[in-house]
Ligand binder design. Sequence first.
Ligand code: SAM
Length: 280
Amino acid sequence: MKTAIASEEVNANGKTAATPTPMQLNGKLEEVRVYWNDHIHDLELAKNPVGSLGFFDDLDEYRFDKLNYLPKLVDFENGFKGKKILEIGCGVGIDLARFAAGGAKVTGIDLSETAIDLARKNFAARNLTGNFLLMNGEDLDFPPDSFDVVYVHGVLQYTSNPQQMAKEMYRILKPGGQAISMVYNRISWLNALSKIMKVDLEHEDAPVLEKYTISELKDILKPFDATKIVPERFPVKSRLHRGWKGALFNGIFVPAFKILPSFLVKPLGWHIMAFSTKTS
Ligand SMILES: C[S@@+](CC[C@H](N)C(=O)[O-])C[C@H]1O[C@@H](n2cnc3c(N)ncnc32)[C@H](O)[C@@H]1O
């Protein structure tokens, strides 16, 4: 199916300039697009109206409380000044806004119109400049060697062909560039706990949701010259789950997990972060 869609650049005044971009989606990716048009990641945690500055602040605050390790691994504030960054599957642009605030030149792409629309609103509300496009991350409309960094957080596991996305990530990176990815760890405390407690994980109803082992992720990222794996995301108190299951999790599980030796729990992090390089 060929869909005519619009790409827009938003500047600090929220001014936009539209240009049509063609996007070709197979059946499964069309289902992915439809799903993510209806689901905003972490929406249920926001207290302020969708699209307001307060809404984006709510999402940012929740995200960086839950992913408290992320700014230590990815130095949004100081590590990417002047770098050209592409985020594939940018969602509403929470991380991309942090890169932009740190002085990076950012582009966000997503299949979902809802995501791109909200990402533009996020940037306008924060007086930030970014380029946002509706685009398929498995078929990027950029020439080779275009970006210093490609950031793909929580996306390879939701797309129909992650191997194809990885090839595209490699192609559009400049020599010397870096890809930062995150997928869910199948052999992790959270996956095990959700099965034992019979509690669904977020977006378990998405048309595509794969959990990977560390070696499976390395295999997906094999176009790259080198990849460093960092398992992360260990239990923090949940704001989502209530009742006895929430109380057990927050009162017993989280404190008990903290006293386990780190060499035992480290490989069991729910998020597998990967830092990959393209040397030539
Ligand atoms: C769980 S959300 C992650 C959003 C954001 N990266 C984050 O970490 O919060 C997954 C996003 O990936 C997007 N996505 C999935 N497959 C894609 C593809 N092939 N091309 C572009 N975006 C895709 C979805 O539309 C959705 O916005």
